[in-house]
Design a protein around this ligand. Sequence first.
Ligand code: ADP
Ligand code: MG
Length: 377
Amino acid sequence: MKRFICIIAAVSLLVASGCAKKTERYRAEFLSIFDTVTIVVGYSESKEEFVEHTGQIKEQLAEYHRLFDIYNSYEGLNNLKTINDNAGIKPVKVDKKIISLLSFAKELYYTTHGKLNIALGAVLRIWHEYREKGILDPQSAELPAKELLEAAARHSSIENIKIDEEAQTVYLADPKMSLDVGAVAKGYAVEQVARHLEEKGVSSLLISVGGNVRALGGKSGKNGEEPWNIAVKNPDKEEPDADLCNLFITDCSVVSSGSYERYYTVEGTMFHHIIDPGTLLPASYFKSVTVVCPDSGLADALSTAVFIMPLEMGREFIDSLAGVEALWVLDSGEIVYSKNFRLGRQIGNTRGRTFCVVSLPSTTRGDGPSVLLACHL
Ligand code: ADP
Ligand code: MG
């Protein structure tokens, strides 16, 4: 079932003036990891070097995928499904990558005022089942009963995730609870892989796992290093080809959450996959939220969490975080930006490098995006 398709092609030759080394632009694409498309674009001195980096990315992402999988078991591996299967039974010894992800996500529960809750698995599973059924057979699509959702929500306490760092075990103290890390796992995995490559000296690469974008450095341009140009897709289904805006980033991540990708329709109304823990229904404030910040794990988690917050709450929340910016697409199509998210404005500094975000309406852009990515979910 899991198959990888890898296409690697030299796309163009770029010689950066002022830069002694000649680099070429390469692009690779592969499927299946986190059940989505991964795109890697990079500037390397040789194809071999790029292929090596891509191989590492693929291998590492595949490992994170297996560890964070809640649907499949893998022989000889304790993953999140193993933890869920042992809820109320016993602690499960796991790889420290799982411990780190769960600690990170647990902390974010508090930061996001409970909007992001990885212990909401019992509720999310119900929505998942109804959605899958409704997509397969639209005529009989229906909504889960309120009582069913409420009964499941009684088993979603974050405190019942017992992490023992020393013993390297995780125990779910409620037999009816389960973990769902769909809101954060992809971004977290991308961030870890990116940091690994940074440590190895990779300085110009862009990774997108299903639109979860993380840039290492910038790209090689005519005048040396230039920011990557990320086109954020319009969430409006009526205008699928129009870009909403272009973001120029260096050493930074861009992640969107939206109501437009994974959904099903019941009697003409769309029901998507991001669930408000307060109402147990899909959040209905926006079409999409895009978060820009250095850490891709944080960007992923925050884009989901802010999608569940009313606009004023979300703006206040984002503005209170250093080096994090966001843009909201309202139902009316209007775009709202966080405080420092302005044209040409520098918004932060990470690992000694400055990163910047510039947002331009797509009509004013120059040669078009160097890499066109759907920042969607
Ligand atoms: P995608 O997984 O499509 O990239 P997101 O990052 O926004 O999109 O995450 C959505 C996923 O997160 C859902 O499919 C579900 O697995 C999970 N999820 C939905 N609502 C919540 C929530 N309130 N807290 C934690 N996880 C959630
Ligand atoms: Mg997310």
